[in-house]
Unconditional design. Structure first.
Length: 130
């Protein structure tokens, strides 16, 4: 393993949680291993590992970018990650309000719908979302 991949796995586990990463690693095949290495090194080992901004801020940016670009399938994973990043429900709402103004109300509205459902699931699982 490369140093950046090691750092990426550490950050990925800290943000997404061991259970999520263990499931992803167990599902990995020879076919998608290069892709998993790319995102572990690039996203987690470079971008998320940077100390340029806080994990809370990075979480808000990530959610806003996912919503603005219509990548709604990734939003639940990153909403769940807010339990580890420190981004509050209010932070997420603020991020999605920016999306509404700068990228479109329909995308922000759908992102809020996805976030609400994910928070409800988290609360049902006993995860504090306050």
């Amino acid at each position: 393993m490369s140093e950046r991949r090691d750092a990426g796995m550490k950050v990925r586990r800290a943000v997404l949680g061991d259970a999520h990463v263990n499931r992803a690693e167990a599902a990995k095949t020879d076919f998608d291993d290069p892709f998993q290495t790319l995102i572990t090194e690039g996203a987690w080992g470079t971008v998320w590992a940077s100390d340029g901004i806080s994990r809370r801020e990075r979480s808000m940016l990530t959610l806003a970018l996912l919503a603005a670009t219509g990548n709604f399938d990734e939003i639940p994973m990153h909403i769940r990650a807010t339990a580890n990043t420190g981004a509050s429900k209010r932070d997420v709402l603020e991020a999605f309000q920016h999306v509404a103004i700068y990228a479109g109300v329909p995308r922000a509205n759908h992102a809020l719908k996805v976030a609400k459902a994910t928070y409800k699931d988290m609360e049902a699982d006993g995860i504090d979302t306050a």
